[in-house]
Design a protein around this ligand. Structure first.
Ligand SMILES: O=C(O)CCC(=O)C(=O)O
Length: 197
C-alpha cells in the first residue's frame, strides 16, 4: 500500500495548543497542561536517548558532593539541539507564549530511582513562562508553595506539555520525586529564554 503523509510517525507539535488547560495556583502563579501537545513522542525519545550529549552532574548537599540522580544534556543555543523537532517546538512555544525560547536542557530519569528535588528555576525576572515537555514514562510532577501549603500533583504522560507561569519560579517549588512503583526512562525537555535567565 502506498504510504500516506498522514501515517508518518515523525514527531510533530500542535501549534494551536488545543486542549490547553490552565490551573491558577494562586493570584499570581499558574501552571498550564497541554495533553498530547506532541505526537510521535516514542520516535523523539528514542532519538534523544541515543544522541543527546548526556552528562552526569554533581551537586553539593550538606557539605558533600553528590551525583545528581539523573543525566542532563544542555543546549544554550537551540539551533544545536539534537533533533530538528526541538527547534520547531521552541518556535511554536515562542509564538504562543510571546517569549523567545532560544535554548533548552534535557533531563533523563533512567528509572523510578532517578528524581529531581524541590527547586525553583533560577531566573532574572520575577515572572516567567517555563515550558517542560514530557517524553517516555509517566512520573509525578509536583508543585508546592514556598510559603507552605498543599502540593498540586500533575501526572504528565509522553507528549504532554507542562508550562509554569507567572511567579511560579519565585513563589512555588517543583519536583519529580523518586517512587516505589517501577518506571522506565523518562525524558523532560525544558525550554529556556535568555531574556528570563
Ligand atoms: O523533569 C522535569 O519534569 C522537571 C525538570 C526541572 O524542573 C529542572 O530540570 O529544573
Amino acid at each position: 500500500m502506498e504510504a500516506s503523509l498522514f501515517d508518518s510517525d515523525e514527531p510533530a507539535v500542535d501549534a494551536s495548543f488545543g486542549g490547553a488547560r490552565r490551573i491558577a495556583l494562586d493570584d499570581t502563579s499558574w501552571v498550564e497542561v497541554v495533553p498530547g501537545w506532541l505526537t510521535g513522542a516514542d520516535v523523539l525519545v528514542a532519538a534523544l536517548v541515543r544522541t543527546a550529549g548526556w552528562e552526569q552532574r554533581h551537586r553539593w548537599m550538606y557539605g558533600r558532593r553528590v551525583l545528581e540522580p539523573r543525566l542532563t544534556a544542555t543546549y544554550p543555543h537551540i539551533e544545536h539541539a539534537p533533533h530538528p523537532l526541538l527547534r520547531e517546538a521552541g518556535s511554536a512555544l515562542s509564538e504562543h507564549y510571546g517569549v523567545t525560547y532560544d535554548g533548552l536542557w534535557i533531563n533523563l530519569y533512567r528509572s523510578h530511582h532517578d528524581s529531581t528535588g524541590w527547586h525553583g528555576d533560577r531566573t532574572s525576572q520575577p515572572t516567567t513562562i517555563v515550558p517542560v515537555l514530557t517524553l517516555g514514562a509517566q512520573r509525578r510532577f509536583l508543585l508546592r508553595p514556598v510559603a507552605g501549603g498543599a502540593s498540586t500533583v500533575l501526572r504528565p504522560v509522553a507528549g504532554d506539555l507542562v508550562v509554569m507561569g507567572g511567579r511560579c519560579q519565585a513563589d512555588w517549588r517543583h519536583a519529580v520525586p523518586k517512587q516505589a512503583t517501577p518506571a522506565g526512562p523518562r525524558v523532560s525537555v525544558n525550554f529556556s529564554a535568555t531574556a528570563q535567565r
